[in-house]
Design a protein around this ligand. Structure first.
Ligand code: XIL
Length: 315
């Protein structure tokens, strides 16, 4: 039936995949990507980031993001917008700083307002802020935090809500999969911001995981997030291993994918799962984690791995 069809039948909103512009010329790849029975939501892996959309102050480039939005729309799929305010892939005109608080506030508002308005009504979720915490739960140093303190978070969310009231607004991070200091920091911040009236609709759990080391507290942690009254989305799932893969490692990975999907199924407000691309052919993992890879449910030849069947049977 396809993973998205199965997810929807389980009461979820979608099963989805990230993609990137360069991959859309690979016809064998897009034949699978465009199948809305497999993927109900597409996330642009890079083309909505700050460096791709406002590389020069006040000059906005939407072409590559639009290509992916049009691809999704042509195939009956929705889009997760990714991402508005992030310390990485940030052009140097922003990251080099030197702004007053008022000036950086205006820069954030202009960036968020222009992107969200441009795609108004066409984006299911926006990852409004991304990766703001260190693993110990303290705030990450960035031009945003250094200039504005945690206020930059509410500035971004309020601008996004004003520009597209229909989009669900997410705060997204990694290593908030299981319980721990970083998850506690996320819980506490979202609780505080909701109490202050900041429009946050969901917590995005990236879930860049390691095969054989998937936390045992996924469902507990996601239910805790949901108890705040927000949705939870698994936004960038991949489960890496030391390459090359073999049958034993692929079986472990299948078990791990099943664990993650079952945890989402068990939490009613876990609304959907996105894999950070669907095939090992286009995974970001080998370029960043040396000697690691084979992290996705389809292999480099676009053949389904054991993980695919494990996801399907967990849904
Ligand atoms: C990654 C992309 O997949 C790569 O192509 C790019 O070179 C770096 O960024 N967390 C995120 C994503 O929120 O935006 C990152 O995507 C992966 C980690």
């Amino acid at each position: 039936p396809g993973l998205n069809t199965l997810a929807v039948a389980k009461g979820k909103t979608y099963f989805g995949s990230a993609t990137d512009n360069g991959e859309l010329s690979d016809a064998a790849y897009t034949t699978i990507l465009k199948n809305s029975k497999e993927f109900g939501v597409i996330t642009p892996g890079n083309s909505m980031k700050w460096d791709a959309t406002e590389g020069t102050r006040g000059t906005f480039t939407f072409t590559n993001g639009e290509t992916i939005v049009k691809f999704a729309e042509a195939n009956g799929q929705k889009v997760r917008g990714h991402t508005l305010v992030w310390h990485s892939q940030l052009p140097s005109w922003v990251s080099s700083g030197g702004f007053s608080a008022a000036e950086l506030t205006e820069i954030i508002q202009t960036h968020v307002t222009n992107l969200v308005t441009n795609w108004k009504g066409r984006i299911l979720h926006w990852d409004v802020v991304n990766e703001i915490f260190n693993d110990d739960g303290t705030y990450r140093t960035s031009v945003f935090y250094n200039t504005l303190g945690e206020e930059f978070v509410s500035i971004a969310f309020k601008a996004a809500r004003a520009a597209d009231p229909a989009a669900k607004l997410y705060i997204n991070d990694y290593n908030i999969d299981g319980t721990g200091a970083k998850s506690t920091a996320m819980y506490n911040l979202v609780q505080k911001l909701l109490a202050a009236g900041v429009p946050i609709d969901g917590i995005g759990v990236q879930a860049h995981l390691i095969s054989g080391s998937v936390p045992s507290t996924l469902a507990t942690n996601w239910a805790s997030f949901a108890s705040l009254g927000v949705d939870v989305a698994i936004t960038e799932l991949d489960i890496r291993m030391t390459t090359p893969s073999d049958a034993t490692k692929l079986a472990q990975q299948a078990t791990d994918y099943g664990t993650v999907v079952k945890a989402c199924v068990s939490v009613p407000r876990c609304v959907g799962i996105t894999v950070w691309d669907y095939t090992d052919k286009y995974s970001w993992i080998p370029s960043v984690f040396s000697g690691q890879g084979a992290a996705l449910p389809w292999d480099e030849l676009l053949v389904k791995k054991p993980a695919y069947a494990a996801i399907a049977s967990a849904l």
